[in-house]
Write a protein that binds this ligand. Sequence first.
Ligand code: ADP
Ligand code: MG
Length: 661
Amino acid sequence: MSEALLELRDVHRTYRVGESDVQALRGVSLRVRRGEFVAIMGPSGSGKSSLMHILGLLDNPDRGEYRMLGEDVGRLSEDEQAGVRNHVAGFVFQQFHLLRRMSIVDNVRLPHIYSGMKGDFRPEALRSLRKVGLEHRLDHTPSQLSGGEQQRVAIARALIRDPMIIFADEPTGNLDSRNSREIMKILEGLHREGRTIVMVTHEDEIAAYAGRIITMRDGLVVSDEHRPSGEPVAGELPSDAASPQAMMHASRAVPAWRDGRFAAFARQALQAILANKVRSFLSVLGIFVGVASVIAMMALGEGARASIREEMKSLGSNLLSVRGGSAKIRGAARGDGAVARFTLRDVRDIAAMRGLVKRASGSVNGSARLVYRNRNWSATLDGVGYDYGLMRATVPAIGRWFTPEEIQRRDKVAVIGATVARELFGRSNPVGQTIKINRINFRVVGLAPPKGFSTHRDQDDIVLIPVTTAMYRVLGKDYLDRIYVEVESAGAIDAAKDAVSALIMKNHRLRDSDSFNIRDMTEIQEMLSSTTQTMSMLLGSIAAISLLVGGIGIMNIMLVSVSERTREIGLRKAIGARRSDIMLQFLVESVGMTLSGGLLGVLAGAGISSMLAAFAGWAVQTTLFSILLATVFSALVGMFFGIWPARKAAALKPVEALRYE
Ligand code: ADP
Ligand code: MG
């Protein structure tokens, strides 16, 4: 007697349903020799499918032993069992279990993805389909075929790995008698090739094709008949099929990207995404919006910074600002808290530094209550020197700037900003009119050119008067708040800083420079850009929140997709997919989704930015960095939020997943 191919010893299987136990198998012992054609019969619920699942390693016994070619396969790990299923078994189910999105040829070659072998396997799929007479339907989808044809495709799929054993659970259960006969002829042919066939059926006509009929009742084998014609067919299958051990280790430890599994998953993910276009789009909407706003905001932030730089340049980057107080920002006064008080003499001395300094102007600052007829207004008051007009580009286009004589004589003349002019004079011409500044009458001689908003204040809400007038007549100060210095050339800035510093220390008999500070425009510019940076951070975090929400959307849709495709997962596991394969498949899908949402978002964000530039005249600059950041981030979102659904899918048990309705 030849060695048993399959051997069960006292196998039990109990399902727990709520509080009660269902004993599906209650001690089954069975030997199947190589080349046998076995039919398992019995009434519905007698345990036929349970037995077949255990024989096919789709399920494991609670008690008892299962050996395949003498090997205790019941003890193998989940992944090793998947390897055995892929290498030695082919499955045919009553419900066909074809993947409806894939073409016939893709369905047939599916087991090869999990075989660890490299290649395209189209020729093999063709050969397999020719065996069942369907080589002309390669590129159809399953729904375009009749039931009988679908079952033939399922058989072709079972054959592609050239298995030793074919497990068929009610293969003709959903077919009419003509199609049933055809399917049975095919199985008969496969048996004649030397394959072992284990088939579950409850029809006598179908069982008649088998050489041995095992009858079950209530989880036990009640009869086991060999028919006279039922001798095993001598195996002509390759002899390397002898060791399941060799078979199951054959495909282990091949990284997914080496054998084309990754590419196959990517292709299938694309199919899955495209199969539900609207749903996929809606679920990546959050990512799309998030990425688009990140791109647009970063473009705006970058543009704002660039335009500040430009503005600074036009202002004259050679400008120094000398102020009393510590150099520390928000001047937490150090030491004795002394503040240098600059005088007009300091200004004259600085202006006299030939070769280093081009011009200098002192300024005092205060606030002005303004009255013109019955109108009141408050504005910033700057008392400035003659050169200030040139240095800060405030020489009026309407009216005129102060004359040196007016400044000398402390005349009551004023140049007003656009906001002040609008508030006090409406549309009429202010030049030549008299206004009250802190109750003193001043003549308006010019209208300062509009400057717009700086980061925090309206630069046009201002009144300029001669610095002398401001000090002695309006504000009652005998010192300057600030001195503006225009350096001859950009290269001389550091030298000028040192010289100005030394001069002030000498004039005021200071030992160090702690009581005043000198800033150049690059420092001021830095301060401004840090402000805009804060803005873009704020906007960026809003975008991050929408990415988070988008990620949760993806997770939700992936969970839906996992439960929708439970039977697909069951089938994939049956034909040999390991946990990691299922996991990878779903991760590729979720990352594929977020990534495509992200890329669309990049396009939209860049589009929005250039529209803002074109129609609103805003300064924008889309950077490569922002594009890379958004892309990488959306991929990470897919990875992070895809993991849970993917794990859930990977943890499904093959039989339970296949039974899922
Ligand atoms: P058959 O294929 O002979 O119709 P099964 O092997 O499918 O029978 O089922 C045997 C018994 O086990 C039945 O009573 C069935 O309801 C029960 N059963 C099968 N699978 C499960 C399961 N996953 N959970 C709970 N009960 C099950
Ligand atoms: Mg059944």
